[in-house]
Design a protein around this ligand. Structure first.
Ligand code: FES
Length: 365
């Protein structure tokens, strides 16, 4: 019990009339006078509060026990209509666990309100600024450092340092060029990595993605959609190693990805100049969405629509893959098809336009 009148119970702080600080422009009113609670003055009230707090903690324990009992006695799936459509197990577990935590919280609040010391305290803070002596010492040390570095006496060192520091940021500016138009587009295209061309070329077989097996035009059925890739991406050398590896393989795989679909030949509306780009109802498009380049293959065979999962652009594969919905602005590029002597699907040529999302040079072409 705290003795009323002994306000300085903390022993280190002031309350109930902290003296005003003379230097303050506005006098510090100090903390309000302390109000004693019944539990501070009456030992009986304190005991009652103690039992009340313990009661809340005891209720929490009861709830925890109820939770465990409910967990083992009520089966999930039983009595689904017990309470607003929720199962008995769900309701019992939720209420019991919620009650256990709630009563702990209420008990702690009551403990703090009625039994813990409630003296308000204040702590005076020193000024955040350094003392005049410290500031002068710092400036003196700085002057000594500048003097000892010789930066004032050696203009060659100073100026060359300024030049070096000034120029070190230039690479960051220079590499921004990679975000803009590339003037080595032609060289990249010749190397097979330019944005305007893919690895597809005349006579290259279409092969199934992942397994790399060639595709007979006659084995496809109406409604089929096959994810496919250029034959050149798969092992073609005698030693079993692919001709293309590493980054170049990934780039060409991404650009050369295609989807092949088969529909009734008379359902296809051939684009101008594309009358011979299909083989008996088999038609082929880039798999890369012309919006921002997601791979597409969500196909609805009855409508011939293919949906991009990223932003729902929808293309009509029976009508030159025109955009019928969504943010894409261009149709999917079409790969001209033919069959070789063995009946396997081959490309007549590369795509006649860049695949994938738009970029600056493309819009200028
Ligand atoms: S990437 Fe296909 S709709 Fe956006």
């Amino acid at each position: 019990m705290i003795e009323p009148g002994n306000d300085d119970a903390t022993g280190s702080t002031a309350h109930g009339g902290t003296p005003a600080i003379p230097e303050e422009p506005i006098a510090n009113p100090g903390l309000p006078a302390h109000t004693w609670r019944p539990t501070d003055l009456d030992e009986g009230a304190a005991k009652r509060a103690e039992r009340q707090v313990a009661g809340f903690f005891f209720l929490s324990m009861v709830c925890t026990v109820l939770f465990i009992v409910a967990y083992f006695t009520l089966q999930i799936g039983d009595n689904f209509d017990t309470f607003i459509g929720l199962g008995a197990s769900t309701v019992a577990l939720g209420l019991a666990l919620g009650g256990a935590m709630l009563f702990i919280g209420v008990g702690i609040i009551q403990w703090a309100r009625k039994l813990m010391g409630d003296h308000e305290i204040s702590e005076l803070r020193h000024s955040a600024s350094s003392s005049v002596e410290d500031r002068e010492a710092t400036l003196a040390a700085l002057d000594i450092g500048i003097e000892e570095s010789g930066i004032g006496r050696r203009p060659l060192v100073r100026n060359s340092l300024l030049g070096a520091v000034g120029m070190v940021g230039l690479p960051l500016v220079v590499i921004l060029r990679d975000l803009g138009p590339t003037n080595n587009q032609v060289a990249n295209a010749e190397a097979g990595t330019g944005l305007q061309h893919t690895i597809w070329k005349k006579g290259m077989r279409l092969v199934r993605d992942v397994v790399g097996t060639p595709i007979m035009a006659s084995e496809l059925e109406i409604g089929d959609l096959v994810n496919a890739a250029p034959e050149a991406l798969f092992p073609t050398e005698e030693n079993g190693y692919p001709e293309i590896e590493g980054v170049k393989l990934n780039v060409q795989k991404a650009k050369g990805a295609i989807i092949i679909v088969k529909m009734e030949p008379d359902e296809i509306k051939h684009g101008k100049g594309r009358e011979n780009w299909t083989v008996d109802g088999v038609i082929c498009y880039s798999k890369i969405c012309t919006h921002v380049g997601c791979p597409i293959s969500l196909y609805e065979r009855t409508t011939h629509h293919v949906l991009c999962p990223c932003h729902q652009s929808t293309f009509d594969l029976a009508d030159s893959a025109k955009v019928i919905f969504g943010p894409a602005h261009r149709p999917l590029p079409q790969l001209p098809l033919a069959v070789d002597d063995e009946g396997y699907l081959i490309a007549q040529a590369d795509f006649d336009e860049p695949v994938g999302a738009s970029y600056w040079e493309r819009e200028k072409q």
